[in-house]
Design a protein around this ligand. Structure first.
Ligand code: HEC
Length: 421
């Protein structure tokens, strides 16, 4: 069938598609691939194959159509909520449809002299870089395929400083799967250095947090997080996270490489301020009892729900003692954390009248896709409200599982970026 005949045949079904000329690589598909795929699907990037030219996209066309229609790609786990997210790379319906239309039209090249307009970037990046820190020396992975490694890094500022923006530059983008930066306050800053010294090579093994399941622990206080394809970004205007002098940072890197011995030297970049309008903190919300071992997920069970529904303000104070929230707080972002048995996670604000504000709902949890979900406008927590955190787990294995920082343990945490109201 010629395209024209096909168009007539489908005219009733696809009236709009026939009204316009078939999409082309240069005119339509390329801007979407460059703007939403190529950040990860680059040569030497984290994704399994590059998508940098028409030939590569043609070669993977069927898989691409399937992955965008199923909304597996670009990765984004959150479903619709009562907040809207910024830096959301998800394709529009029209962009999803484009790939199938292009494939069915025979994947024409189009006119390279008339390229389509580039898409707006998902994140704006840092306006300026005030501080760059790196791993002390290159690290060669010691485990495969997954190696979870924590690297303590000294915080060099001698006065109280606020972090207002963050970006990471993976040394070896093919193996850096995601990265979190934890803030270790001065009074426990000696511990990560000690753990580093106890293990061979730079850094130490860690998985669920910066303490790596050791008996002595440092508070799990998030400073920033990064995933591949992310150009870095700043906190909402006027906000900053205080880093006291004498703190230490712990860079937690999840490496994924087929063989051990893959080298990396990752750098992280910060935008800083001496003073900010509003001090923000990443406050973790969870149930203290869980940490003491009361989060059982028995062997051979599925749909095991653990939840906490409470006013989190006293708990937040454990992480930010001088923080006061008498009038409640604003939530600017949410980041979930479970391990490999997690299936469904959600975080909501419950109002006394029964109203619910869904902050984050992850219907099909995937450990490898964890990221921070930032809101375009903050959600308000007023005195009298509660925050509900719910985690559902499946444990098909033969071993009982409980709370812990190891790969075989589980966790249920939501980190909320909060400011006082
Ligand atoms: C944040 C990084 C990232 C971005 C952005 C991204 N991918 Fe991927 N992609 C991956 C990774 C990692 C894998 C392999 C692991 C997996 O399947 O999750 C993958 C796998 C795939 C696969 C094979 C597996 C499957 O799900 O079918 C296809 C096809 C694909 N990507 C297409 C795309 C397209 C098209 C886009 C843009 C619209 C895109 N990706 C954007 C990281 C990314």
């Amino acid at each position: 069938m010629t395209p024209r005949v096909a168009c007539l045949a489908f005219a009733l079904l696809l009236a709009t598609a026939c009204g316009r000329p078939a999409p082309t690589w240069h005119g339509d598909v390329r801007p979407v691939v460059e703007g939403r795929c190529a950040g990860c699907h680059a040569a030497g990037g984290v994704a399994p194959f590059p998508l940098q030219d028409a030939a590569a996209v043609r070669a993977h066309a069927e898989a691409i159509v399937a992955s965008v229609e199923a909304r597996r790609m670009p990765p984004w786990q959150a479903s619709e909520a009562d907040v809207t997210y910024r830096e959301n790379p998800s394709l529009t319906e029209a962009q999803v449809a484009l790939f199938r239309q292009w494939m069915e039209a025979g994947m024409p090249e189009g006119d390279p002299t008339r390229p389509g307009a580039p898409l707006a970037p998902v994140s704006a990046g840092l306006g300026r870089v005030d501080l760059e820190l790196a791993l002390p020396t290159a690290y060669a992975t010691r485990r495969a395929p997954d190696d979870y490694r924590c690297f303590p890094v000294d915080w060099p500022q001698s006065a109280p400083t606020y972090v207002t923006g963050f970006d990471a530059l993976p040394g070896n983008p093919a193996i850096v799967h995601h990265l979190a930066v934890y803030l270790v306050p001065p009074d426990s800053a000696h511990l990560p250095a000690q753990w580093d010294a106890e293990e061979e090579g730079p850094g130490y093994t860690c998985y669920g947090g910066p303490s790596g399941g050791r008996d002595s622990t440092v508070p799990t206080l998030l400073l920033s997080a990064w995933i591949p394809g992310f150009a870095g970004s700043t906190l909402p205007d006027g906000l900053g996270i205080l880093v006291p002098p004498g703190s230490r940072l712990v860079l937690q890197v999840h490496y994924n490489a087929a063989q051990p011995g893959a080298e990396d030297l990752t750098r992280v970049r910060f935008q800083l301020a001496d003073a900010v309008q509003t001090r923000a903190v990443y406050a973790p919300w969870l149930k203290l009892d869980w940490v003491a071992g009361s989060m059982p997920i028995p062997a051979g069970t599925s749909g095991v729900l653990h939840q906490v529904v409470d006013d989190p303000r006293d708990f937040f104070k454990l992480f930010a003692p001088d923080f006061d929230f008498p009038n409640g707080f604003n939530v600017h972002s949410a980041m979930f954390h479970m391990h490999n048995l997690g299936r469904h996670g959600e975080a909501l604000i419950l109002k006394p009248g029964g109203e619910r504000v869904r902050l984050l709902d992850i219907p099909r949890w995937d450990f490898h896709g964890q990221r921070e979900y930032r809101f375009t406008a903050p959600a308000a927590f007023a005195p009298g409200d509660k925050v509900a955190l719910r985690c559902t787990f499946d444990n098909p294995g033969a071993t009982d599982v409980n709370w812990g920082e190891g790969t075989a343990d589980e966790m249920c945490v939501v980190n909320l970026l909060v400011t006082p109201r």
